[in-house]
Design a protein around this ligand. Structure first.
Ligand SMILES: C[S@@+](CC[C@H](N)C(=O)[O-])C[C@H]1O[C@@H](n2cnc3c(N)ncnc32)[C@H](O)[C@@H]1O
Length: 275
């Protein structure tokens, strides 16, 4: 069993020597800094001024570092993730929102008309629906996912923002319904992919993997989405690097204005198509 690292407690008169402390932990320094700032609910700029921690805070921080050493995702430890300016509650059972997915939100917001109906398919923590709901309260949003555990997080995150949440397999919960925009960040990782240990084995397999080529969900979504789109409606979907050509081939018979958008790392990241 790993020992909990000792943390120097600070009395009210002595600032916490965070640089020395961060460097002494058995996890990367940027991770200790992240945990420290999350614990204190402070922005990075706060590190320019002296920091004072209570004994309770230092013990909590030591506990967090110990959990990270045992492999827990940082955001599961702090219980929250930052996404598109939102604070999203997360934990075991839902995927931690990724920065790349913010591009999906940007694309979905672009061209969304007042009174539009939007489906956030495979909502997970509810991060996409939350980001859109806060910016566009005039849009009717439905969020769905098959995982009961993920939906526990989604319901917490979406409480009071007017998003309807349903559980079920892909489009089953919205049978007979049509939308102006369907956004989706589906599982798209190949089953045999090598992933960091704080992803595979920590985050839910059902949120990550989609068959041998990573396309099982995407094949179904591309084929089934048109029946749930109003004329001119858009499907905006996150994809994996290198999947653009295959998805374009799958989508051409069903969509017009098919496009693959790259993220800021120049990786294929977003599929867009119009019915
Ligand atoms: C990559 S995660 C995306 C979560 C969230 N939208 C985000 O961007 O962080 C994929 C989600 O798809 C859900 N999922 C997997 N298979 C599904 C299915 N057949 N029907 C509905 N949801 C499914 C998982 O439970 C998971 O929450």
């Amino acid at each position: 069993m790993s020992r909990v690292p000792r943390v120097a407690t600070t009395d009210p008169a002595t600032p916490f020597d965070w640089r020395r402390w961060c460097a002494a932990q058995a996890i990367p320094e940027e991770e200790t800094r992240y945990l420290l700032l999350e614990l204190l609910r402070l922005p990075p700029s706060a590190l320019a001024a002296p920091l004072y921690l209570t004994g309770r805070q230092t013990r909590r921080l030591a506990g967090w570092v110990a959990r990270r050493r045992r492999g827990a995702p940082l955001q599961y430890i702090t219980g929250r993730a930052h996404f598109f300016g939102e604070m999203v509650r997360v934990g075991p059972g839902c995927l931690v929102p990724r920065p790349e997915t913010e591009l999906l939100v940007e694309r979905a917001l672009d061209g969304l008309e007042g009174g539009a109906r939007l489906l956030d398919l495979a909502t997970g923590s509810g991060c996409i629906a939350l980001a859109i709901a806060h910016r566009r309260p005039d849009v009717q949003i439905v969020a769905t996912d098959r995982s009961a555990a993920a939906l526990t997080w989604a319901r917490r995150n979406l409480r009071g923002v007017g998003v309807t949440v349903h559980r079920g397999d892909l489009f089953a919960p919205v049978a007979g319904e049509r939308f102006d925009c369907i956004c989706c960040n589906p599982p798209y990782v190949e089953e045999r992919a090598i992933l960091p240990s704080d992803v595979r084995g920590c985050e839910p397999d059902a949120a990550l993997f989609s068959g041998m080529d990573g396309l099982d969900h995407i094949r179904r979504i591309v084929a089934e989405a048109p029946a749930h789109l109003l004329p001119g409606g858009r499907l905006i979907m996150e994809i994996g690097t290198g999947q653009g050509d295959a998805i374009t081939r799958l989508a051409r018979p069903h969509f017009t204005e098919v496009a693959i958008h790259r993220d800021y790392g120049n990786h294929e990241r977003i599929f867009a198509g119009r019915r």
